[in-house]
Design a protein around this ligand. Sequence first.
Ligand code: SAH
Ligand code: SF4
Ligand code: F3S
Length: 446
Amino acid sequence: MIMKRDKSKYLLTTFGCQMNQADAQRIHGILASLGYQETQDEKEANLILFNTCCVRQHAEQRLISRIQALNSEKKNRPDLLIGVAGCMAQNLKEEMLEILPLVDLVFGPNDIEQLPLLLQRSRNEKTMGNFAPKGAFDGESADGIILNRPFSAMVNIIRGCTNFCAYCIVPFVRGPEISRPIDELKAFISELAGKGVSEITLLGQNVNAYGKDLGLKEGFAQLLEEIEKIDGIRWVRFLTSHPRDFTDETIERISQLNKVCEQYHLPVQAGSNRVLKAMKRGYTREKYLDLIAKVRSKIKDVSLSTDIICGFPGETEEDFEQTLSLVKKVRYESAFMYYYSPREGTEAAEMKNQIPEAERKERLARLIDLQNNIALEESQKQLHRELEVLVDSVSSKKQGHVAGKTRSGRVVDFAGPESLIGSYVKVRIDRARIWTLSGTLVQEAG
Ligand code: SAH
Ligand code: SF4
Ligand code: F3S
């Protein structure tokens, strides 16, 4: 008997930031409603989708090689559909097909609701989304998404970005800032809580701008206060915070809330005022350090992380040393560090004073070295403490171990049964590495 290939299996790979992760929740939801089943096996999938990022050139190159590697698979199985979604698709549109002729379907983040139609069309012809900038958050319900982990969800509270930092392509691909109204978010999050979600992560390129377009003052603080009242939600995280828009009043009001976790991602990008100005970040080194001091004074045990770019056009050795000195001063628990990547269409890409790539990379290596030492020392401060952990998975490293995250977002593994997944427990920390902690279960909390 000839085995008939199951007609509808898909493999979705997501790159980039949390915006893309949140979009993936919706793509999974739509594909499930169409009767598709998820697989991790390329050979078994008849729909292979890539949810892409274009914030740095490196991300694009990786994607291109990944898809090119599917060449022989596509030749052997002409019925295999290959689709490109996300930011790179939105940015390049039809050009995507010139770069990668084996692709069947290209659509942007604002076309996801059209996916059923687009998929149907792509069976007969190369298909493009319409890449329209989107007006409102319409029809996103908790029923329409599928979560990686049933107890944890990402919730987009503000789309797009209107900041136009000189180096950044995101405002061009994701469009202007549009907030989702508070009432809709309350209903959405309550619905999620009703389905067993206890941890939510609120997302936006600049969550501190939440509500401005709706005419709200301190909209972000208001939203957090409303979420605090939703039964079933225990932990609330958010990212990304923009240092320019994080007000004293927001910090003060957050410090009164119990559910908001002590984890702040405050991208600084550079430590020198000259570079910050050229980047158009809208704050100075002094203002940023002042903000950090305020956060630390109001939020006990707060964990701070950041993003930093090395080798922005015109950055001198002295400028870069200012970045190193800021990192030493703040002592971040973690940092995402990159070397500057010119993006076509952005202001910085046109600047004449570009730094040679080798130099950008050399600065990045120095920064990573410094930050890794700091991260290890900060991590070791957790030793012997008892921390609350939301268990989220079976540990990939050790048999019989499970893993989870603390309120401050640190990854912890410990010996324990799989049945703990989804629950909140107390763990005593016995070992601290740069990225992760290990511990012993001391209490199976409720
Ligand atoms: N909205 C967030 C950042 C989103 S992009 C913020 O304002 O902080 C994520 C990170 O990618 C940025 O913080 C920045 O550090 C990095 N990044 C963006 N454009 C880049 C570029 N052209 N080259 C290198 N890194 C870049
Ligand atoms: Fe990019 Fe700046 Fe917007 Fe962040 S705030 S997404 S870095 S333009
Ligand atoms: Fe990348 Fe798009 Fe996010 S460009 S960083 S996936 S908004």
